[in-house]
Design a protein around this ligand. Structure first.
Ligand SMILES: Nc1ncnc2c1ncn2[C@@H]1O[C@H](COP(=O)(O)OP(=O)(O)OP(=O)(O)O)[C@@H](O)[C@H]1O
Ligand SMILES: [Mg+2]
Length: 366
């Protein structure tokens, strides 16, 4: 699929957008650093401990019912953001607020909340953690690893209900599993639920993974490269399913990918990441039509165009992605930037731009 096809599809979805300006998720100056084990040689030489700056001062909001893409090359920090959003890792600094609650405290079972929360006041630590897991779910990239080969589809999808103690009768459990499977495109559900993952295609497995998340009726799904292991021919079908879930269930989605074209297919806004930072953020179609950061321009230029006569000029980036341990000074993109000038080596660029389309580049004025 090409960018134009994705764009046309996305345009046709505009009228279905859910207008709601309330943020479900607020990420504020998130940093996640991983100190590396100190080798004996470095310890003897008293060298400072090396630190991976996986996510380094990232801020953005997601509105209720919005689909936001986090786009970037391997190692740019996408999965780390997803893990922190779900409380599977605790930030080094900064805050993640989900429906008024600090995720890090919530995920550790320490009653967090201020205003806006829907959590009942007196929950035990375990109940608090379960309540977070119920409302925010992650879908991982590999549908082969995510499913237990010894469980039937029914058992896989019903298991979260049991863990959360959410069904009182067999009929209720069956109804909820049926609905989750059918909303995930496995219709009729009873053709699938006796089967084991081995008997399913990659696309069907990923739908079972979605059903296992949907059965808890979450408000937020973090979909971490959910189509990268799927056949190209079924990617659009799968992303359409995610898009429909937003319409039918009002689910908010954080979609991470290295593939700009799939992000262009179905997301409302896009945040482009480079070495742990967001370098550009804005409405998806606007970024694709008018990328402002040189890194985004390079990414957009290599997405295949459907009409070879209207080929864009390709920008091939020179050099390797720098190491997140020894970050470049100034703008961290400057060693690979074709437009870099002296100031770029010393000034860490602030965000600039107009409205909700911003880029961190000294060349972007407004
Ligand atoms: N537990 C960890 N310990 C040390 N470094 C880590 C850890 N987890 C992630 N990193 C590093 O943090 C950086 C960001 O990793 P992350 O997995 O978030 O990137 P990504 O954008 O999801 O990449 P990919 O597209 O390959 O999935 C990488 O340099 C990675 O090696
Ligand atoms: Mg990743």
């Amino acid at each position: 699929m090409t960018l134009e096809i994705f764009r046309n599809f996305s345009d046709s979805q505009q009228s279905q957008r859910l207008p709601d300006s309330q943020p479900l998720l607020q990420i504020q100056h998130l940093r996640k650093y991983f100190p590396l084990p100190q080798g004996i040689g470095r310890a003897l030489l008293r060298k400072p401990r090396r630190i991976v700056h996986a996510v380094d001062d990232v801020s953005f909001n997601i509105q209720k019912g919005e689909i936001l893409a986090l786009v970037g090359e391997s190692g740019s920090g996408k999965t780390t953001i997803g893990m922190n959003v779900l409380g599977l890792q605790i930030p080094t600094s900064g805050k993640i607020i989900f429906d008024g609650c600090n995720i890090a405290e919530w995920a550790q079972g320490r009653m967090p909340c201020g205003k806006g929360t829907q959590i009942p006041e007196k929950l035990s630590s375990r109940q608090q953690i379960l309540s977070l897991r119920r409302r925010a779910q992650m879908i991982f990239q590999d549908p082969y690893e995510s499913l237990n080969p010894r469980q039937t589809v029914f058992q896989i999808v019903a298991e979260p209900l049991e863990i959360h103690g959410l069904t009182s009768s067999w009929e209720e459990k069956e109804d909820r599993v049926r609905k989750a499977l059918e909303d995930s495109g496995l219709t009729p559900a009873d053709h699938f639920w006796e089967r084991y993952p081995d008997g399913l295609s990659g696309g069907q497995r990923q739908r079972v993974v979605i059903a296992g998340a949907l059965v808890l009726e979450p408000e937020l799904i973090v979909a971490d490269e959910p189509v990268s292991m799927l056949d190209v021919s079924i990617r659009a079908e799968f992303l359409t399913l995610l898009l429909n879930l937003r319409h039918t269930r009002g689910i908010t989605i954080l979609y991470t990918t290295h593939d700009l074209a799939t992000a262009g297919f179905f997301t409302d806004r896009m945040a482009v990441m480079y070495l742990g930072r967001i370098v550009e953020i804005g409405p998806t179609q606007e970024i694709l039509a008018n990328p402002r950061h040189p890194y985004t321009r390079a990414l957009v230029s290599v997405v295949p165009a459907p009409n070879p006569r209207r080929r864009r000029e390709r920008v091939i980036l020179e050099g390797e992605v720098p190491n997140p341990i020894d970050l470049p000074s100034g703008c961290r993109f400057h060693p690979r930037c074709p437009f870099a000038f002296a100031d770029c080596k010393v000034i860490d660029p602030p965000y600039a731009g107009s409205g909700d389309h911003l880029a961190a580049c000294l060349l972007v004025k407004e």
